[in-house]
Every structure is written in C-alpha cells, then in structure tokens.
Write a protein that binds this ligand. Sequence first.
Ligand code: FAD
Ligand code: GLY
Length: 370
Amino acid sequence: MKEEILVLGGGVIGLATAFSLSRRGFEVTVLEKKACGGQASGAAAGMLAPFSEISEDPDPFFAFCLESLRMFKRWQQDIKDASGIDFEYTESGSIHAVYHESDILSLESRIDWQKEFGSEAEIIDGARLESLEPNLSDEVVAAIHSNEESHVFAPDYVKALKIACENNGVTIIENTGTVLIESWRSAPVLKTSNGQTYTGDRLVICSGAWAQELEDVFEIRLPVFPIRGQICAYELGQENVNHIVTTSQGYLVPKSNGTLVNGASEDIAGFATDVTKKGIERLVNWNKRILPFLKTKTPFHTWAGLRPATQDGFPLLGPLDDSPHIIFATGHYRNGILLSARTGEAVADIISDNPLDSPTQAAFHPERFM
Ligand code: FAD
Ligand code: GLY
C-alpha cells in the first residue's frame, strides 16, 4: 500500500514537497490554513540568486541554494509540464552594483570564493557595464556580472505548483483554519478548525513563519521568526532593465509583464503584513541612485510578506531523531522560492530512505536548538 503523507502548510515549500512526493508515488494531502501561496510565497520577488544574496563565506546553506539553482531549469519545466501553466522563468543573469572604489575589494573576495563553486561571474565597469545595463546610475563604480542567476514570477509559479500537485493526485485542502496536531508519536493525526481529522503515515511540517507555534507540541525549541519584507512594483514603460540588479540596499527585478519588482525591507513587526510609508519610501529613495529614470516614477503596487527566519539563518530540514516519520521543512528565510526545488526533492529523498549528506543533515537538523 502507498504511504500517506500529510503536509502542513501550502506555501511554496509545502507544495514543492507535495509535488516531489506525488511523482514518486506517495499519497499526499496538503492542509493550508487560508489559500495556498497566500503568505510569503506569493509575496516574493522570485529571484533565484544565491551568488547575489549570499555574500559571505560559503557554508552548507550556500551549497544547498546553489544546488537548487542548478536544478531549477529542469524543475520549472517539470512543473510547467505537469500543470500546463507557462509561468515566467527568465535566465536574466544579475548585476550586483557598488558605489565606492573601496567596495571593489569585497567584490573581488566574493568572486574568488564563488569561483570555487563554478561561478563564471566577473567584475565589470565602464563601457562594458553600460552596454549590459544602460540605465544604471553613473554613481555605480563597478559591478559583479553573473550569467547564472535567474528569476520566476513567484505568484504564478506557486499557482502552477498547486495545479501540478492536483494533476498528480495530491489532495489540497484550503481554508482549514489553524490546523492542530492532535497526536504524532505514532501515526500523525491533524485536526482542522471545523473538526475534520486527517491521519497519515508521516507528517511534513512546512508552516513557514508559524513553525514556532509547534514548540509545545513537539517539546523542542523551534526558533523561527517572521521578518516582514515590504516590496513594491513599477510599470516599466519604454525603459529597459536587462538583469536582476542588486545593491547593498535592495534589488530590482524586471518581469516579462513589463513591471519592475523592487524589494525589500527586513522589519520585525510580529505577524503584521501591512505596508508602511517609511518602508516603501526607503526603497523608492534608494532607487534613484540605482536606476535614475525611477526618479519620475511611483510604484503602482505595494505589498508585504513574512519571511521565515531562523536563529542561525539555516532552515529546519530533516526528520526528528526519535520520530523519523515527522519531518521539518521550514525556515527558508530569504531563499524559499530558490530552495523549493532542492527542498522538495530532499524531503522526498528522506522519505525514500535517502538522507541528506551528514554535514548538511547536522547543519539543518530541526532539533539543533534544544
Ligand atoms: P509560506 O509561503 O509562508 O507558507 C507557509 C504556509 O503555512 C502559509 O500559507 C500558512 O498559512 C500555512 N500554515 C502555517 N501554520 C499553519 C497551520 N497550523 N495550519 C495550516 N496552515 C498553516 N525567496 C526567494 O527565493 N527569492 C526571492 O526573490 C524572494 N523574495 C522575497 C521577497 C519578500 C518581500 C518576501 C517576504 C520573501 C521573499 N523570499 C524570496 C522568501 C520566500 O518568499 C520564503 O522563503 C518562502 O516563501 C517560504 O515558503 P514557505 O512555504 O516556508 O512559507
Ligand atoms: N530574497 C529576497 C527577499 O527576501 O527580499
């Protein structure tokens, strides 16, 4: 008989997990409090950009992100094939711009360690930089140009994932209210707010920024915190932006629908998802120094989402030691869209008795904060 897997949470991580499990023949049920993709996942800029986002030394998290980036071309095609939805996936490459000569040193050290991971990124300036990104500010003195980074239109990607899951036979139940875990030491039993119960052989926790609510249930520390990201979008009009453009102060991502997505703040505001004047003004003021044509433009849309941050910056990914039928997959902070491919496959591997390699397993162990 097929094993039955319950997935708690219908964000990108829960849906990617369900997709990977379903194509390996497991029976999967996803339980989502509200609407799938309605939280962090639908709010994301959709960058698949580990070289731009992780500037410090390499660690298991960077390696995991890079594996996911390199899986994505195939992964997104699999989801398009399974869903019949042609969401945006653009291999735009990226420009990481700096404003001071002294910052070029840090670009050089970043490039040096990233080369060891096969990056072909290079530092560019002058005419080369201008030809690649003509609308970039003259204040920019140099940039890293990476060909490898790409992006998806996150809301459409998540919608496609949901349909791909359904087409693969996954049962998706939305608007469940907060699902409670009634028992888990043997076969897990979950209860929705209207009293419906669901039983499975295994449970995968993909509850994003809400994972800490489960500390009392599992009697372990789960230091996952919501970090609000405020973000906005412009209509592009005649102006061209060719790459993902990042600076120390924010990023701009040109989408194929003619919009330019611009993020994002990192605020501690509990579970509030409202947008503040201060949060968006900071982005808008900085944009003038990145793409000066934005001086005359105002964002037509603003929104916010809650990134699931962990105490040490690494996700919680893997089974509980004494209850290996309970698997965590949460805490992907700024990179959950990027990590969806690798995470989905990792959970399906774990459930298929193919665990993560030992260093990664130790770094992401859900019980490491005990
Ligand atoms: P979520 O999408 O939040 O999903 C968790 C789900 O679990 C929610 O839908 C919630 O309702 C449900 N849930 C929780 N508890 C329960 C319960 N008890 N019962 C039932 N349901 C429950 N990442 C990138 O890779 N690239 C980017 O460019 C990028 N940009 C971002 C920009 C912004 C502004 C933000 C906010 C985030 C961005 N991220 C980006 C990060 C990315 O969005 C997150 O890492 C990712 O969405 C996390 O996915 P998730 O499924 O864990 O969480
Ligand atoms: N990864 C972009 C963000 O979290 O804002």
